[in-house]
Design a protein around this ligand. Structure first.
Ligand SMILES: [Zn+2]
Length: 404
């Protein structure tokens, strides 16, 4: 196998999470569909330091009829609003500017620009997501982003001033093709705003459930820049946000188009100090993952001995990694409560845990919090449950029981 960025064969397996279904394979219960399982292994490249999955589930399986909707959580909507106003205040795009969102999902991000009168374009491979985006009045292309679709966009719209890509540039199977497309489309002074889960935070907080088949690449700024350099692109600034457990926003342009900011230089330096591009750090991460999983099973085994009922709280993709890796199935957790209506009436991938509508469920004794990245928002919604003696297990970074 070759590195997805630099093609080196010098790859080392660092974390093996076993055979797992792809995490968004929520199948309707009545369809009785067996969810396929694939290896979920994390490798480290000794040449360019990029951390990546070894196995690729074909994109047509994962990204056409999936159920993730950006607009479902208040926290994410607010985050996108914030990023949009940062872009407007800082780069002052004129109203004639085109804002392209790659993998723009249901249009939650673009709406802010649309409402302010900017020209917008969403390209998303999800059928349901594109439909919602179109219903919001946003020009939407239901397709994968590639060099080919980029040249079609170029023909119809010209170069693009601002490209936004949240959680997509580490999803792409053919990453070099996508960056060729971005390079082609991006105006001379254009800006690519890339949001991705930041590997150093994942390591620091033992977020092993962020590893799933949709996430093929796990970037540090160092490994990301090494990839971008191959396409004449350069990170000139970065910012960090707690969304999704730890997100980095990289501001990218054609090489040498903008001066590098002081905070970017500091972030690169922090990566050196924290040794996040060292194999030893990855092996320590692997050890912490193992210990965190064992501790979670121990807490759950105790609760089961005490005859406590446990439901999963939320049905995010990463919950699938956490449940399957720790062998938590329907005998331990019979139900998962969830807001996203697309998932109601399905089984959690790889298990027979039923996903039921949050508002109609009777509370169990204990919830296992799977959407821990929205912990504050969720716990405030569950204040009464906790006050009445209910408990919540927060599994990440290290399992703990939250009492009222
Ligand atoms: Zn490499």
């Amino acid at each position: 196998m070759n590195c997805r960025s630099c093609s080196s064969t010098s790859l080392q397996l660092v974390i093996d999470l076993g055979y797992q279904p792809w995490g968004n394979d929520f199948q309707l219960i009545e369809n009785h569909i067996y969810t396929e399982k694939y290896p979920l292994e994390l490798y480290f490249c000794h040449n360019c330091t990029l951390t990546q999955l070894g196995f690729t589930v074909p994109k047509e399986i994962m990204f056409v009829s999936h159920s993730y909707l950006s607009g479902t959580t208040r926290t994410l909507r607010k985050h996108f609003e914030h990023v949009a106003s940062e872009i407007i205040n800082r780069f002052k795009p004129s109203p004639s500017c085109l804002i392209l969102d790659i993998g723009g999902n249901d249009g939650t991000f673009l709406e802010h620009f649309h409402n302010l009168g900017f020209r917008t374009l969403n390209i998303d491979s999800g059928t349901a997501q594109s439909q919602v985006s179109i219903e919001k009045g946003l020009p939407t292309i239901n397709d994968f982003f590639s060099l080919e679709s980029a040249s079609e966009i170029l023909d119809s719209y010209g170069t693009v001033d601002i490209i936004h890509a949240a959680g997509i540039l580490f999803h792409l199977e053919n990453i070099h093709d996508a960056f060729n497309g971005i390079r082609l489309l991006l105006d001379k002074k254009g800006i690519l705003v890339a949001e991705f889960i930041y590997l150093p935070t994942m390591i620091e907080k033992t977020q092993y459930d962020q590893i799933y088949h949709e996430h093929l690449l796990y970037y540090t700024l160092t490994s990301f820049q090494s990839l971008l350099s191959q396409h004449g692109l350069e990170i000139f600034d970065c910012d960090f946000f707690p969304i999704h457990g730890g997100t980095c926003i990289a501001y990218i342009s054609h090489s040498n188009a903008y001066a590098l900011t002081r905070r970017l230089k500091k972030a690169f330096n922090d990566e050196i100090i924290k040794k996040v591009t060292h194999i030893e750090t990855m092996l320590k991460f692997s050890e912490n993952v193992n210990n965190s999983g064992l501790a979670l099973r121990s807490i759950i085994d105790h609760l089961i001995l005490e005859d406590k009922t446990i439901f999963a709280l939320g049905a995010p993709v990463k919950g699938s990694t956490l449940l399957n890796y720790n062998r938590i199935d329907e005998k331990i957790v019979p139900f998962a409560v969830e807001k996203n209506l697309f998932k109601i009436g399905t089984y959690f991938p790889g298990t027979k845990i039923e996903v039921i509508e949050e508002d109609f469920a009777n509370h169990p004794d204990v919830y296992l919090l799977l959407s821990w990245n929205f912990k504050d928002e969720i716990l405030s919604n569950y204040a009464d449950f906790l006050k009445n003696g209910g408990q919540v297990i927060n599994p990440i970074p290290f399992p703990e029981i939250i009492n009222g």
